[in-house]
Ligand binder design. Structure first.
Ligand SMILES: Cc1ncc(COP(=O)(O)O)c(C=O)c1O
Length: 458
């Protein structure tokens, strides 16, 4: 072990768990672009959003001004079941890499859902319950969000209907059963249970589905069922707000240790964990109080930031949702079925898109075999079996640490370890058997997605 006073794990006291979420939009000079009504192309009002989302969540979605928002006591109590999450110094990984870099990770996998998604699921279920709703509908890709939401709904006695991307439904029967154990109903998407599902199946028979399809189905069911609303596990401003608990805990822990990270790295699907992790640090950067390098890591097979367009687009394949301005591959883009795990969404959080466009954040893409190589190295030395999504961040953290080895720089690197990979063993099996392949869409593949972008002249 290295001579160092920094402990392996830094846990905050229960009393230090944040009691307010931090809303980075309050400190952004260029605010994220508003959601647009697809019919009028005007910013969506709270009233227009109310058939889809819960009222308090709409208020949070539209709130660009309050820097701090109180976390209701019931949510704080739930957080105490599995928070604070540990900030871990990766001494064993540092040793294995023989790097002078100091590597830390914030581990969000210590709950039954196995990921950070529970941080927002419990908040969204709470507001639905408070509004007197009967239940909520949602989509899930790899299954972590659906699992987290089913846990949160069972805690508050709400019904939960999950549309699960078909490829994951088939590959991950155990995740499906966890959701059902918590009382959720799970339907593979696209399905024949909705009008939009039937249309998509007619147009693309045999499709393995996408998050965009599953969102359309879940929204249709929510808006056609009395006492239901739709909830989303990523992308939206409100979700990044709830996930700020990750970054706030990190910041407090680092302050206690007297450490300041130089580079902060997170995987990016729709942007919620990354947004939550970086928010308080980005706030400091925006206010001119400190500087950090932020790196978003996405799969080369679904490269929204690195090869996407910054444009208004539909959030779903069925084009029933509001338009969001974001880095996008087009709502019709369906990632190759060879891509394991999550991070398959065509778009990206509007907040992160604006920060990236303003040059305040970097992005990079990585291929999945390189991601699994990093996952395997990490599992063998640090002990935790990482989720494939989280392993994108591990890959780039390792690469940055290896650069430090070349230059001799002692940089401090923080990355988000968003979850565990116990339900991803089909992908691990492919990797272990040496049959995992990489797929990078061609420019022609991407052009098809871009061709479907709506024309918005504001
Ligand atoms: C473990 C894990 N990490 C990361 C992500 C990416 O989502 P987001 O970009 O919203 O954090 C997911 C999404 O499914 C996930 O399950």
């Amino acid at each position: 072990m290295k001579e160092n006073k920094i402990p392996y794990k830094t846990y905050l006291d229960e009393s230090e768990i944040p009691t307010k979420w931090y809303n980075v939009r309050a400190d952004m000079k260029n605010k994220p672009a508003p959601l647009l009504n697809p019919a009028t192309l005007k910013p969506m009002t709270a009233e227009e959003l109310s058939p889809v989302f819960c009222d308090e969540l709409i208020a949070q979605e539209l709130n660009n001004t309050d820097a701090y928002i109180d976390i209701p006591e019931e949510i704080q109590d739930f957080y105490k079941m599995y928070r604070p999450s540990p900030l871990i110094r990766a001494y064993f990984l540092e040793k294995a890499l023989d790097t002078p870099a100091k590597i830390y990770y914030k581990f969000e996998g210590n709950n039954t859902s196995g990921s950070h998604k529970l941080n927002s699921a419990i908040a969204q279920a709470y507001y639905a319950k408070k509004q007197g709703l009967k239940g909520v509908t949602t989509e899930t890709g790899a299954g972590q969000w659906g699992t987290a939401l089913s846990m949160a709904c069972s805690y508050f006695g709400l019904d939960c209907k999950v549309y699960m991307v078909k490829v994951s439904y088939e590959q991950k029967p155990f995740r499906r059963e966890v959701m059902r154990t918590y009382g959720a109903s799970v339907t593979p998407s696209p399905s024949m249970t909705t009008e939009i599902g039937r249309k998509i199946l007619e147009a693309h028979p045999g499709t393995t589905g996408s998050l965009g399809c599953a969102i359309s189905e879940a929204v249709e069911v929510a808006t056609h069922t009395e006492g239901y609303r739709y909830v989303l596990g990523s992308v939206l401003n409100q979700v990044l707000l709830h996930q700020s608990i990750i970054g706030l805990e990190c910041k407090t822990a680092f302050d206690k240790l007297g450490v300041k990270p130089d580079i902060i790295i997170g995987c990016a699907g729709g942007g919620s964990n990354l947004g939550g992790l970086i928010s308080p640090f980005m706030g400091e950067k925006l206010r001119g109080e400190a500087d950090y390098r932020f790196i978003a890591v996405e799969p080369a097979s679904c490269p929204s930031f690195t090869r996407g367009k910054y444009a208004y687009d539909f959030c779903d394949t069925g084009m029933v949702c509001p338009l969001a301005k974001m880095y996008t591959l087009g709502s019709g883009f369906i990632p190759s079925a060879n891509h394991a795990g999550g991070l398959r969404y065509h778009g990206m959080s509007s907040i992160l898109s604006q920060l990236y466009d303003d040059g305040l954040m970097e992005a990079t893409s990585v291929e999945q075999t390189a991601v699994f190589e990093a996952a395997e190295k990490f599992a063998r030395v640090e002990g935790i079996l990482p989720a494939p999504e989280s392993s994108h961040a591990i890959r780039v953290a390792i690469d940055e640490a290896l650069k430090c080895k070349e230059t001799g720089e002692e940089k401090t690197i923080l990355f988000g370890l968003t979850g565990t990979g116990y339900f991803d063993m089909v992908a691990y099996e492919k990797f272990n058997d040496g049959v995992m392949t990489d797929y990078i869409p061609t420019d022609e593949d991407l052009a098809k997605g871009f061709a479907g972008l709506p024309e918005v002249n504001l």
